[in-house]
Design a protein around this ligand. Structure first.
Ligand code: BGC
Length: 755
């Protein structure tokens, strides 16, 4: 396609019109130039292709498709290759269904367990989120199908999602909320990015040049199309100027006319419109020029794959007295509606019309088990039904073990609104309590998209977190519970003991349209671990039916420069009797140097498969970014010098070994020195020592002269400490009278020249 030629032949009307959707799912064709329309579809964990009536909330029927596990589950796999495999399957489905781009992955950070859409998001940790979503993007795009990483940015709640302003400081934005997109955008190069509904520090994401152009394109090198979330456009002309290329789904021509008028009146340069048109044409061409014809997709094979992915993702949270795997010869009470009709996906735009669903009971059928099933509760009602509970208790009494399939009902978590609490329905908590009265061997299998409180956690022996495990969750449950598959999922989020422990608690979901991200970078384990707060289950936690031993943690160098990479390796041995997969996690702990940094941060992870008795060496290459924080003085990533700890562990609370690495700062951030620069902020710079010394002497001298200050009242050490927080101008009042503004200005000029 000769884009330039096409653009020059297009009328203004045609160009404006190409910048919004024909309907919910299609771009517009440009007939005069033989440019075809293309189709997009949700996403992210299956196809929601709507052939007839259309909506963005999943109300109208879509084609029969396969619902893979949602991101809450796949994130728990900690397995990049698995996500790429799932992406490839989705890519083939899109090829077969003529979908040019799938609307996902969704990578917003799980700031609060209450966000109604947490089930679609990966993690509370940006590194895990960006790595896994990047792997999914690579898989999908390897089939020449586009992705739309969403929702850019700081869209972490559903309450007032179209009007609320996320009030986030610069450092937090960079280290947490943008970082979740950054790696995937840079490394996996999504074809499109979807901007979010919300405002960011007051300005709509859809017209925010800082994010849509300055950061996304100029800094990260994004070269695709930015599309709006469905209905996220506030001011179309401002949006176009800020870098929003495509409005979805369109506004029946209203906003196209605004673009035309703005160009005609001269308030919008036509080349800005041409730029968006060119990006859209490139995107269409990218798909059309390599479009696969007559592709068939195998629903049954993808159903199988969905079950396998879930089996690699589910997290074994607790396994006391090795109650699991279950004994095939036992009588097992299977309690809970979710054993027959599992909750396996969330509500809203990601809702898939599954062509079939396999429950635990389906998967166990005909395999010769002695199972006593009881409903236990009605997921569609909040009331406590004593008849259902009594039947369940009777089944539990007659069995060797009771497995309770619990979780959040559909109405509890969905796109469009947030949860109001973190509890399971009362009718399930009471059911578990009643069963515990008659049966000591209780296992709970959970189906939920986000963390829940577990008042019975101490009393049950086993807990499996399935998350929202896709339409074949039952096969995974069967394989895991009976030990055909060794569990290997790890929590991609912390489960706090109670909701009020969560760092965003006092500020979620904000007051009216103002949402203050007051906890700053202390999101998830960055908060719980820094505070050393008791949690129910920590980030990265997950058990196995075998045991792993760590040894031999090595770092390539004990002293590096702050521009150098570092190689870290550690040996892991499977010391049990069953093959399994361990997730080795590398955290970095920064020196305590006055910059409020989290206790530690995840900077590497690898899932390794180990036969019984096998040892593998796992190696990580860390670049300087692994040690950096975002310095708002210089608006850049900075690695301060000092001693860092490199930690290898099995969760954020299970650090097996750590090694100290000293980092020397060869590149120091350049700063602007003024009269208000504190002495402590520049005292560590050797190049300034010569100029700083007379100023410090002036203070010390003045202090010595002051007869009223006895040396027992204030020592040199104390003066030294106080000086750290004294601005340079302080020498005029507190020095020995040597300095006035003019003389100080000369010193400052001399110092500035040396930086
Ligand atoms: C959601 C998006 C989705 C779009 C289209 C919006 O309401 O926020 O995630 O892709 O609808 O269905």
């Amino acid at each position: 396609m000769d884009y330039r030629k096409i653009i020059s032949a297009m009328t203004l009307e045609e160009k404006a019109s190409l910048c919004s959707g024909r309907d919910f799912w299609h771009t517009k064709a440009v007939k005069s130039q033989k440019v075809p329309e293309i189709m997009v579809s949700d996403g992210p964990h299956g196809l929601r292709k709507q052939p007839l009536s259309q909506d963005h909330l999943g109300n109208f029927e879509s084609i029969k498709a396969v619902c893979f596990p949602a991101a809450c589950a796949t994130a728990s796999s900690f397995d990049r290759a698995l996500l790429t495999k799932m992406g490839k399957a989705l890519g083939i489905e899109c090829q077969a269904e003529n979908i040019a781009t799938i609307l996902g992955p969704a990578v917003n950070i799980k700031r609060s367990p209450l966000c109604g859409r947490n089930f679609e998001y990966f993690s509370e940790d940006p590194y895990l989120s960006t790595e896994l979503s990047g792997a999914l993007i690579k898989g999908i795009q390897s089939k020449n199908i586009g992705t739309s990483i969403k929702h850019f940015a700081a869209n972490n709640q559903e309450t007032r999602r179209l009007t609320a302003s996320s009030e986030v400081d610069e450092r937090t934005m960079r280290e947490i909320y943008l970082a979740s997109f950054e790696g995937a955008v840079k490394n996996a190069k999504p074809w499109t990015v979807m901007c979010s509904y919300n405002r960011i520090n007051g300005l709509h994401a859809s017209e925010n040049k800082t994010y849509l152009t300055d950061i996304l394109r100029d800094e990260w090198g994004f070269d695709g199309v930015v599309m709006s979330d469905w209905g996220a456009v506030n001011d179309r002309v401002k949006g176009l100027a800020a870098g929003l290329d495509l409005e979805m789904p369109g506004s029946y021509g209203v906003n196209d006319r605004e673009i035309i008028e703005a160009v005609q009146s001269g308030s919008l340069p036509e080349k800005t419109l041409d730029r968006a048109v060119e990006r859209i044409l490139k995107w269409i061409d990218r798909y059309e020029s390599k479009k696969q014809k007559d592709v068939k997709w195998d629903k049954e094979a993808d159903h199988e794959l969905a079950g396998k992915i879930e089996a690699e993702s589910a997290v074994l949270l607790k396994n006391e007295e090795q109650i699991l795997p279950l004994d095939k010869n036992d009588t097992i009470a299977v309690i809970g509606r979710f054993a027959k009709a599992p909750r396996y996906q969330g509500g809203g735009s990601s809702h898939i019309n599954s062509f079939k669903v396999t429950s635990f009971m389906d998967a166990a059928k005909g395999k010769g088990h002695d199972l006593l099933y009881a409903d236990g509760y009605d997921p569609n009602k909040d009331e406590i039904d004593r008849t259902l509970i009594t039947k369940a208790v009777n089944a539990a009494k007659k069995s060797d073990v009771a497995v309770v399939f619990a979780g959040l009902p559909d109405s509890f978590e969905s796109e469009g609104y947030d949860r109001s609490h973190m509890r399971l329905p009362d009718n399930q908590n009471i059911l578990i309590d009643e069963i515990l009265k008659v049966q000591p061997n209780v296992v709970v299998v959970l189906h939920n998209g986000s963390a829940v409180e577990m008042p019975w956690e101490k009393d049950v022996k086993g807990i499996f977190e399935m998350y929202l495990g896709g339409q074949n969750v039952g096969s995974a449950e069967y394989d895991l519970l009976f030990g055909k598959v060794n569990p290997s999922g790890r929590l991609p989020e912390t489960f706090p003991v109670k909701l009020s422990d969560n760092p965003s608690y006092l500020h979620f979901p904000g007051y009216m349209d103002e949402v203050k991200y007051a906890e700053g970078v202390f999101v998830g384990y960055r908060y719980y671990d820094t505070k050393d707060l008791k949690v129910l289950f920590p980030f990265g936690h997950g058990l196995s039916y075998t045991t792993y031993k760590y040894s031999n943690l090595k770092v390539s160098k004990r002293k590096i420069k702050n521009t150098d990479p570092l190689t870290v390796s550690v040996d892991v041995t499977n010391i049990g009797r069953m093959a399994g997969k361990e997730v080795v996690q590398i955290y970095i702990s920064a020196p305590d140097d006055g910059i409020a940094r989290p206790r530690h941060e995840l900077k590497g992870f690898e899932k390794v498969s180990l036969r019984a008795g096998e040892t593998k060496t796992v190696t990580f290459e860390l670049d300087s970014r692994a040690f950096a924080y975002w310095d708002t003085k210089v608006h850049d990533w900075v690695v301060p010098e000092g001693d860092y700890m490199v930690e290898a562990g099995a969760s954020s609370r299970d650090i097996k070994y750590s090694k100290k690495v000293n980092i020397e700062a060869v590149t120091k951030p350049s700063i602007t020195i003024t009269e208000n620069t504190c002495i402590g902020d520049i005292i560590g710079r050797p190049e300034l020592a010569e100029d700083l010394k007379p100023l410090i002497d002036s203070y010390m001298h003045a202090d010595k002269k002051d007869k009223n200050k006895g040396s027992e009242a204030i020592s040199d050490k104390m003066i030294g400490e106080m000086l750290k927080f004294t601005p340079l101008r302080g020498v005029i009042s507190f020095g020995d009278g040597e300095y006035d503004h003019e003389k100080l200005a000369k010193v400052i000029k001399a110092m500035q020249a040396k930086i």
